[in-house]
Design a protein around this ligand. Structure first.
Ligand code: HEC
Ligand code: HEC
Ligand code: HEC
Ligand code: HEC
Length: 124
């Protein structure tokens, strides 16, 4: 291969990397995890940045983690929950429980935020 196409490929990759953050958390307004396949409920309301600002959540660790040590989350990159939590598993926390536990436990603890099915899984 001559050098020119290689340079073009590298340039395209650099542009993609630069553009990637444009499709990140700011764009999340609701959650409908494709890992569940055919959804039983409407998507859950979750405007990522607005929610976290309104809820005055400090940092990312209350939600994003890579494991649990001594009952506390260990810091981890913000990636998809389904990368680690399987829909059906006998080991650890299955995906639906992971979501429900994370969202509802905090709402219950803060006595703020929705805890009933229809408040999160809102029909559009
Ligand atoms: C209240 C919980 C919560 C907090 C706090 C939070 N996030 Fe998220 N974030 C989520 C959820 C839920 C998703 C969707 C995950 C999924 O689709 O599997 C997400 C998705 C993301 C994604 C997209 C990940 C992907 O690969 O699709 C990025 C990037 C992200 N968050 C960054 C951050 C950063 C940076 C912070 C801290 C400044 C933060 N988040 C704080 C809950 C949270
Ligand atoms: C890099 C892997 C990884 C990612 C990504 C991840 N988790 Fe976890 N999570 C774990 C591990 C490991 C545990 C501990 C074993 C278990 O309970 O499955 C855990 C435990 C949990 C628990 C149980 C906590 C407890 O104290 O019992 C909840 C709830 C949870 N995760 C929710 C989520 C949510 C929601 C997301 C996405 C925002 C997420 N996790 C993303 C690895 C991950
Ligand atoms: C660490 C705590 C915490 C976690 C985790 C959390 N929330 Fe919340 N949430 C709050 C608080 C606090 C409020 C109330 C904000 C207010 O109105 O002052 C709230 C409010 C909401 C509301 C009401 C509308 C809004 O944006 O204010 C929705 C919907 C919601 N949460 C969905 C979710 C979902 C879905 C998840 C899980 C992916 C989640 N929350 C995880 C703390 C949390
Ligand atoms: C605090 C918000 C919240 C509450 C309350 C809540 N859920 Fe969810 N639920 C979620 C989130 C977030 C997900 C993962 C995103 C998705 O795929 O909808 C989810 C996923 C699901 C899924 C798997 C996806 C699907 O649609 O098939 C089912 C089923 C479900 N929830 C049913 C319920 C039921 C039944 C209740 C009431 C007993 C309930 N949820 C209460 C936030 C919530």
């Amino acid at each position: 291969m001559s050098k020119k196409p290689m340079i073009l490929i590298l340039a395209a990759a650099a542009v993609l990397l630069f553009l990637l953050p444009a499709f990140s958390q700011e764009d999340i307004k609701q959650l409908a995890d494709p890992a569940f396949g055919q959804a039983q409920r409407p998507a859950a309301v979750f405007d990522h940045d607005a929610h976290n600002e309104k809820a005055a959540i400090d940092g990312c660790l209350p939600c994003h983690h890579q494991g649990v040590e001594e009952g506390r989350f260990v810091e981890g990159d913000p990636v998809k929950c389904a990368d680690c939590h399987e829909v059906k598993t006998a080991e650890g926390t299955p995906l639906m429980l992971a979501y429900h536990k994370q969202c509802e436990d905090c709402h219950l603890e803060k006595k703020k935020g929705p805890v009933t099915c229809g408040e999160c899984h809102k029909r559009p």
